[in-house]
Design a protein around this ligand. Structure first.
Ligand SMILES: [Mg+2]
Length: 397
């Protein structure tokens, strides 16, 4: 996580999002209805030269029309584990390079520890630590879109900041410290602190809620209203520390992306379509803007989005890394190559790679994650790879 100071243009966009947000809060009935979802419109495919391409393209394996609509329990469990382990591996791989000179295409990132912690080789940082707090609450069976779960997450964040945090962004630290000092009901305290901090600084559109959001998608794999409950949970959990509506938007897109990736029955590349499809879940006024931000990510390389402390830039860098990584002969190796590409985005490397890793892991599954990474990855509160897998297993129930 990095401390985010917006440029004048970013500030203009943030201010505009706030105006829309406040208008919608004052007058919810005047909100324009969302256009109907055109399902699969944005499914990813391959171009002739092996690059991912939005809107179809040439798939490696065509979707099997007889494939079951929802993958088996075993496949869903593998992908859910892949999401948590993928985030942790991306984080741990990015840790040594956080705020260091950007790696070039021929430099190989290695899980060698160091970074801001300093961390042991393979140890993940605040990004995954905070995601683990959410995962532990989800694993108890509490619904993440309800207050009891969000209260438990608030308590977990506050406890983590006071005890377990090995590093923590300035904004998140301030919110959690203020909430802890206020005492009383943790959920009320954290919401108050988050709102206040935004009112004081106007700056809460950093990448610190996006970096921990993917797990929210795992909590909503069942039920006809899962898509809307996931949306509401993602925005609410983002808002515990990041009041900004753009941070909430990014968390909605990414959590839904993870949810769809786990549930997708198509071959690998089609499993990434959920991020673009989720644009229809955002407030109408910002849908076109997000479409153009994703388009931009599909046009430019990951390092073009430096600095990536801004939630929009971090999402673009992660999406660009996933999108521009060629599909190798063994398609599932796309996981490793795209996570490495996310580290090469530079700047806030562990966060961008954790964001990319959760979606890549959800799409390709644990089986696609290099065994040597799985053996090395570990972190607060004393978890190793099998612990992350069993957390995921309990979340999907
Ligand atoms: Mg970190």
């Amino acid at each position: 996580m990095s401390d985010f100071v917006p440029t004048p243009e970013q500030q203009r966009i943030i201010d505009e999002a706030h105006r829309h947000h406040e208008e919608a809060m004052r007058n919810p009935s005047a909100r324009r209805p969302a256009p109907p979802l055109r399902d699969g419109e944005f499914a990813l495919g391959l171009t002739a030269d092996g690059k991912l391409q939005a809107g179809g393209g040439r798939p490696i394996t065509p979707p099997d029309p007889n494939a079951p609509l929802v993958p088996s329990r075993e496949v869903r469990a593998d992908r859910a584990a892949g999401a948590l382990i993928g985030a942790a591996c991306g984080d741990a791989l990015g840790v040594p390079y956080e705020f260091q000179p950007t790696l070039s295409d021929d430099q190989q990132p290695v899980m060698r520890g160091g970074g801001l912690g300093p961390y042991a080789p393979g140890e993940y940082s605040d990004d995954t630590q905070m995601q683990v707090v959410i995962a532990q609450v989800a694993a108890t069976g509490l619904a993440l879109d309800d207050d009891p779960a969000q209260r438990a997450i608030a308590e977990g964040f506050i406890g983590w900041a006071a005890g377990g945090a090995s590093d923590i962004g300035a904004q998140t630290r301030r919110v959690l410290y203020t909430a802890r000092t206020a005492g009383g009901d943790a959920l009320e305290a954290i919401r108050m602190a988050s709102t206040q901090l935004h009112a004081q600084t106007g700056r809460s559109a950093g990448n610190g809620s996006l970096m921990r959001t993917g797990v929210v998608g795992l909590g909503f794999l069942n039920g006809s209203d899962a898509v809307y409950r996931c949306r509401d949970a993602a925005r609410a959990i983002s808002g515990l520390t990041h009041y900004d509506p753009l941070a909430g938007d990014a968390c909605v897109l990414w959590s839904e992306g993870v949810r769809k990736a786990v549930l997708a029955s198509g071959p690998g590349l089609w499993r990434f379509g959920g991020v673009r499809d989720a644009i229809h879940l955002l407030p109408f006024e910002r849908q076109e803007q997000w479409r153009s931000w994703l388009d931009e990510a599909q046009e430019k390389p990951p390092h073009a989005f430096q600095p990536n402390g801004y939630v929009v830039s971090a999402l673009q860098a992660a999406w660009s890394a996933i999108y521009h990584t060629r599909i190798p002969e063994r398609p599932e190796d796309h996981f490793r190559l795209a996570v490495e590409a996310a580290v090469r985005a530079g700047d806030d490397t562990d966060t961008v790679a954790a964001i990319a890793g959760v979606l890549l892991g959800a799409a390709w599954g644990r089986a696609a994650i290099p065994v040597e990474w799985q053996q090395r990855v570990h972190g607060w509160p004393g978890l190793r790879v099998d612990d992350l897998a069993s957390l995921a297993e309990r979340i999907i129930g």
